[in-house]
Write a protein that binds this ligand. Structure first.
Ligand SMILES: Cc1cc2nc3c(=O)[nH]c(=O)nc-3n(C[C@H](O)[C@H](O)[C@H](O)COP(=O)(O)OP(=O)(O)OC[C@H]3O[C@@H](n4cnc5c(N)ncnc54)[C@H](O)[C@@H]3O)c2cc1C
Length: 459
């Protein structure tokens, strides 16, 4: 391990410097250090990245409380009296912190244990093979850019009054009225929590179809379920302005040329994320990039600077901006650097979920994509709300759409809306990755009665 203290001008040499200590960066740093490489990792924030500290994990802890409220409401008149059941937000936050607070130190300890040099500060390139962190210069043979994503800049008047997902997940108290800008997964997931916590939630989407990358029919069912719990989804609507008012914020909406104002206590940015690269000064290092990420070859090396690699949300790849994708890309990039190979990541069978209540999940192609690919597709659509698994818990909204290639009997896409389908989709993803046929899947036997035992009927 190389440690040069004292002279801030002195350049420190490494085999690899990883920029960003999220899931991607940490996975790559550990893998390369295990080969005896001199590896350093740097982050401007505490180690852990978006998923563990400001995304997936804290979000699903908050969602747990909303699940309980919703489950109890579904069983009203079926043996559960939920009168008086409520969420104690400040206790819930303590529960969240019980998970998130130890993360940075645990990650740092494990990196140090693996002989990775741990640095803190904002990195910026000063040349094709060097960076600067808080005035100190570092040189490396290779860099892995794993800087993640940040909220897309918005330009309507008053956009500076919005809070981002990080701030939402750290609120001391949930205000009574919350407006979400954008009809993507962040707005939907948060709105579903708010609605069960007793806050009113409004989602503003500029398009007619929210959650565009999910199955159209299932999204409509989810939208109706959201309306039933009080979520006000406004489609084809844009934000004209956000202004502070004596009642917190006045938001001017525009739909088909008509304007309307609504008062709210909090306006949350849920309008998409872009690669977090501009502060990194990538142009100075000759790195081609865009808001989609660093331009990389299939094997994750920069198209313009061979010393630079990228993985995760800050890499412009075919992979979705998801934690498992970030980790998998980082491992492939690290392996390619170590072995001097050009292996490309395998994105087959990676599911994605919207953790609304119930959850909406997808793996593989959309129906239209399958048709566009010329696949002779059999669409197996089932409304599953009346099925035993959903009857048991009183769920009112559940459906699945499985897309099967008639010529191979293999699944090319699966779309599910319902309780526990976030677990069930993993089996479908596995089947897709391994190329199993539906006949093979149907020949397996699940424990009964479980949600997994519904799979055969879905196919
Ligand atoms: C609210 C929310 C919920 C999500 N839920 C899910 C989910 O349920 N499932 C799922 O799979 N994915 C989810 N995601 C996406 C997931 O969090 C990301 O795909 C994943 O964290 C990407 O990992 P990464 O390592 O590429 O980047 P990150 O985890 O974002 O790490 C990047 C790190 O780089 C650091 N950094 C940036 N620039 C610099 C610089 N110049 N110098 C030093 N450090 C820098 C940042 O501080 C950050 O710590 C969610 C995201 C959000 C925002």
């Amino acid at each position: 391990m190389l440690q040069i203290e004292g002279n801030p001008q002195m350049t420190q040499d490494h085999d690899l410097i990883v920029i960003g200590a999220g899931m991607a960066g940490v996975a790559a740093a550990n893998k390369c250090a295990s080969q005896g490489w001199r590896v350093a990792i740097v982050d401007a924030l505490p180690y852990g990245g978006t998923c563990a500290l400001r995304g997936c994990d804290p979000k699903k802890i908050l969602r747990r409380s909303a699940e309980i409220i919703d489950s109890a409401a579904l069983m009203r008149g079926k043996g559960i009296d939920d009168a008086g059941l409520s969420i104690n937000w400040s206790d819930l936050m303590k529960h969240k912190h019980g998970f998130t607070d130890p993360v940075p130190q645990n990650i740092k300890d494990s990196l140090v244990g693996n002989n990775v040099t741990t640095l803190h500060g904002r990195a910026r390139f000063t040349g094709s093979d060097r960076i600067e962190i808080d005035g100190r210069a570092y040189r490396a043979d290779r860099f892995l850019i794993a800087t993640g994503a940040r909220p897309r800049p918005l330009d309507f008047p008053g956009h500076e009054h919005l809070v981002d997902s990080t701030a939402f997940l750290d609120l001391d108290a949930l205000p009574p009225r919350i407006l979400f800008v954008g009809g993507g997964f962040i707005s939907f997931e948060f709105a579903h929590i708010c609605a069960r916590a007793g806050s009113s939630a409004v989602i503003i989407d500029r398009g007619e179809r929210p959650l565009k990358s999910f199955d159209l029919d299932l999204v409509e069912l989810l939208a109706t379920r959201g309306t039933e719990v009080g979520i006000d989804l406004r489609r084809s609507t844009t934000i004209a302005a956000v202004e502070p008012s004596d009642r917190r914020f006045r938001v001017t909406l525009e739909r088909a040329g008509a304007r309307e104002t609504i008062e709210t206590d909090l306006v949350v940015h849920g309008a998409g994320r872009i690669a977090d690269l501009s502060d990194l000064n990538p142009d100075t290092a000759g790195i081609e990039w865009s808001e989609h990420g660093v331009s990389v070859e299939g094997h994750l090396q920069s198209t313009t600077n061979p010393a630079v690699w990228a993985a995760g949300d800050s890499a412009d790849t075919a992979g979705m901006p998801l934690t498992p994708v970030a980790v998998s890309e980082a491992k492939v990039a690290a392996s390619n650097m170590i072995k001097n190979t050009t292996t490309t990541p395998d994105y087959a069978g990676i599911p994605t979920a919207v953790f609304t209540i119930p959850e909406l999940v997808r793996v593989g192609m959309l129906e239209q994509e399958a048709i566009d690919h010329g696949i002779d597709v059999a669409v197996r659509y089932s409304e599953t709300r009346g099925w035993y698994s959903n009857y048991r818990i009183g769920e009112t909204t559940a459906a699945v759409k499985i897309l099967i290639d008639r010529s191979t009997d293999q699944i090319v896409g699966a779309h599910l809306l319902g309780p526990e389908y976030g677990e069930l989709v993993n089996t479908l993803g596995l089947a897709m990755k391994l190329g199993l046929t539906t006949r093979q899947l149907k020949s397996t036997t699940a424990a009964y009665p479980t949600t997994g035992s519904d799979l055969g009927s879905m196919l």
